[in-house]
Design a protein around this ligand. Structure first.
Ligand code: ATP
Length: 489
């Protein structure tokens, strides 16, 4: 825990403040700090939600004991309540905490304080005015370095400054306790801490994502060479990947760490494919944020879920955070009566602006007119790209990629003719033609695909432009109003 946080805690403990709420996931660390910070006259009594008693019963029993305190010794009772977000809304608990708070603030001989330590922030309205909140930040570079140095001293291994730099980078976003745990598991499995530990640390982080249930961890095989066309976008991503592969050096040379990209445009044209291929080019995990999954039932729950999600993304960074269908994720801003979406959106924007971590955001969307204009402002994303329906040469490339994938590419296929005849088709339609032709050839017992077969499938297929003519037209019109870089060369 940082020095300023410990100082703040000590000052609240010293003051008349009746309830201190510490938002932190590392209870061990808070315990240690409390043991160091508390005054000798303070008597600590602890409760966790794993105890048999209900929280209300616990508070009542402690208050009964408090009556028997020997006042001459100026004891102060400090109740430490851990992980109580499920019981804090119980009206009895609220009434008890309120009573203790009022007594502490008004009665000179009343000596009791409450410290709540929780992984979530759950504060009933009735108690807001009595509570001081301490939101414990995750360890910064200096603290991580201290943890790593302490560890290497404990197990008696020598680390080069380069190895320390490298490890600090991968350990960012974890609590001190998690760092300790990961280092010891990495050490036990390899007998050393070096660049191989970094891979191990990343694997551990992937586990954290899966266990959290907040994100979807996307596994994929797509590479940048699987994308036909979109040359401007691919070139731009290649440059960012080059920075990502040497982040520490880039940082030292005062190069801005890539923040993210917004890819807008037609359906089925490779936006999702790009998110996957980019993360394989960046050589980092791809996690998908589903804003719908964050919505909670209780007041403040959704905001807390988003805070946890963003923290977790930082914990597993470097990573690519993919927000699919951005316009739907934050739909209803300004019009939802509860105001939750608006608050989530504000929280997300602030995080995007202030984040210093190596979380690269790839947001994808179809309909720009439904996007809050704040997303389109400079400074949020590094760049905005517009993906249109593929042009003739892109169609040729896409057809070739999908034929090659199925081992059906041969010199006799007239790709030029096919790409000329597929104006208005998107990538997904083109893939569909190849798939269908391959299936037909297989059922007819033929090993190869001919141009005629592909053309006959094409004649029987409808393109997205045929099926969704109005939608495509409207999308293109709305995108025209903005000055967005074309993804195609
Ligand atoms: P949506 O807006 O509907 O989510 P999208 O733009 O994200 O669409 P993708 O999911 O990337 O579309 O594309 C669907 C499939 O179509 C891909 O998995 C891929 O097989 C094929 N495809 C689309 N565009 C391309 C492309 N440029 N190159 C190769 N394949 C493509």
């Amino acid at each position: 825990m940082r020095r300023e946080t410990i100082k703040l805690l000590a000052s609240y403990l010293d003051s008349l403040c009746p309830v201190i709420y510490i938002h932190h996931s590392d209870f061990h660390e808070v315990d240690e700090v409390l043991n160091r910070t508390k005054e000798p006259y303070m008597q600590l009594c602890k409760y966790t939600n794993a105890d048999r008693n209900t929280l209300a019963d616990f508070i009542i029993s402690v208050m009964d004991d408090a009556v028997n305190l020997d006042d001459d010794e100026h004891h102060e009772l400090v109740m430490i309540l851990k992980d109580i977000h499920d019981s804090i809304n119980d009206p009895k608990v609220i009434a008890l905490i309120r009573k203790i708070s009022e007594n502490t603030m008004t009665l000179p001989d009343y000596h009791a304080k409450i410290i709540i330590i929780d992984t979530r922030i759950e504060i009933p309205l009735e108690l807001e005015s009595f509570i001081k909140l301490i939101d414990v930040p995750l360890p910064d570079d200096e603290e991580i370095k201290e943890c790593v140095n302490n560890f290497s001293r404990d197990v008696n291994i020598k680390l080069t400054p380069d190895a320390i730099e490298d490890i600090i980078f991968s350990l960012k976003g974890l609590s001190a306790f998690q760092i300790q745990q990961i280092l010891s598991v990495a050490y036990q499995s390899g007998g050393k801490i070096d660049e191989t530990s970094r891979k191990f640390i990343l694997e551990e982080k992937e586990q954290m994502i899966k266990k959290s249930g907040i994100f979807e961890m996307i596994n994929f095989d797509e590479k940048i060479s699987d994308i036909g066309g979109l040359e401007n976008l691919k070139e731009w991503l290649k440059r960012k990947a080059a920075i990502f592969s040497q982040l520490e050096r880039a940082r030292k040379n005062k190069i801005d760490i890539p923040n993210g990209v917004l890819i807008l445009g037609m359906p089925g044209c490779g936006k999702s494919l790009t998110a996957k291929a980019a993360s394989s080019m960046f050589k980092v995990p791809l996690i998908r944020l589903d804003v719908g999954r964050l919505m909670g039932r209780y007041v403040g729950e959704s905001e807390d879920n988003l805070r946890r999600a963003l923290r977790l993304s930082e914990a597993v960074s470097p990573c690519v955070l993919w927000v699919d269908e951005l316009e739907k994720a934050f739909a209803g801003i300004g019009s939802d009566t509860s105001g939750i979406t608006t608050r989530l959106f504000g929280q997300f924007l602030t995080w995007m602006q202030e984040k210093r971590s190596s979380v690269f955001i790839i947001a994808t969307a179809n309909d720009i007119s439904k996007l809050p204009p704040e997303f389109l402002r400079k400074g949020r994303f590094d760049e905005l790209f517009f993906v249109d329906l593929p042009n003739e040469s892109e169609r040729k490339k896409i057809l070739e990629i999908h034929l090659m994938k199925r081992d059906k590419m041969n010199g006799n296929i007239d790709l030029e003719k096919l790409s000329r005849e597929t104006n208005g088709f998107n990538g997904s339609d083109l893939e569909g033609i190849v798939k269908e032709a391959a299936e037909k050839a297989f059922l007819d017992g033929k090993k190869t695909i001919t141009t005629e077969l592909l053309m006959s499938v094409r004649r029987d297929s409808k393109s997205i432009s045929d099926i969704q003519t109005d939608k495509i037209k409207a999308l293109r019109e709305s995108l025209k109003k903005y000055d967005i870089k074309p993804a195609s060369a």
